[in-house]
Design a protein around this ligand. Sequence first.
Ligand code: UT7
Length: 323
Amino acid sequence: MTKRAVVAGIGHYLPERVVPNSEFEKSLDTSDEWIRARSGIERRHFAAEGQTTSNLATQAAQAALDDAGLTPDDLDALIVATSTADLTFPSAATMVQAQLGMRQGFAFDVQAVCAGFVFAMANANALIVSGQVKRVMVIGAETFSRIMDWTDRSTCVLFGDGAGAMILEAQDGTGDNADRGILSVDLNSDGNYRDILYVDGGVSTNTTGYLRMEGKEVFRHAIEKLAATAATALGKIGLSGSDIDWIVPHQANIRIIQGTARKMGLSMDNVVVTVQDHGNTSAASIPLALSVGKARGQIKTGDLLVTEAIGGGLAWGSVVLRW
Ligand code: UT7
């Protein structure tokens, strides 16, 4: 008998305010046409004033609990992947724990920027397969609108706010690839690339800072590293791209998504794409895409999925799971 971390529920929350590309034409030398052509983004959601990352995360978590037919009392742990927590501390996760009314278990944040949800799923999986917990709420939630330089057209048109949440639960499997749940994980980082995607401020420097990115450089790394991490995770369990039903990629740029699918030998018919509606929501993008993909009827019980993401660090990785 092998313990598996199986998806028991999924949900998401997007702030009400939807901002189309045309909105940026009023204040920047940019166009709807450029943003669509270079990134695939058509619109994004921005949090309202006073609406924080833990608020978005709590709404997504509640949606996941509803989907699973569970209550906060059923959870043993709660992990939030975010780079935009409400405060320096306590963690966004403990804030969500309180907002849900969850009094037991433990909660903590994971910070791996856009790859955060993949790293958080890997943590949850380790807690479950080692027998330490039975059920983990894993959330990706961000308010990147708070770290945008609104005068920098090369970054501020690309990002959005949102949250997605997944409940992983311990179930007994047979140990082969037919099992439901997380089947394989691959994580990587290389801090030598810190200068191509970062925020130029932080607590220890007594500053706030804005997101800075050398887009072309990040792009250059993205397709190659994403296809490689997916191949590594699949290879660990004797599979390859042709075995999977869905790639659920980090939603940063449609050209990266297409290039990665091509490298993995898959057509876009096998890819869940939400970048046009959400923009890049960093750690929230994969759970948002999973939730939307399920709601659209694309992802079904028993499907084999690869999720993959890359972001600041650089940090990148992938998780193979059967839904
Ligand atoms: O989630 C974390 C990972 N992040 C990513 O994966 C992002 C990776 N990078 C990208 O998605 C792309 O590199 C971008 C979408 C950021 C940029 O696309 P690109 O095709 O690499 O464009 P570029 O940076 O080479 O810029 C081309 C031109 C430049 O003008 P010149 O120098 O050719 O005259 C830019 O100044 O486009 C200009 N440009 C813009 N023009 C209109 C840059 N931003 C804009 C804009 N509107 N918003």
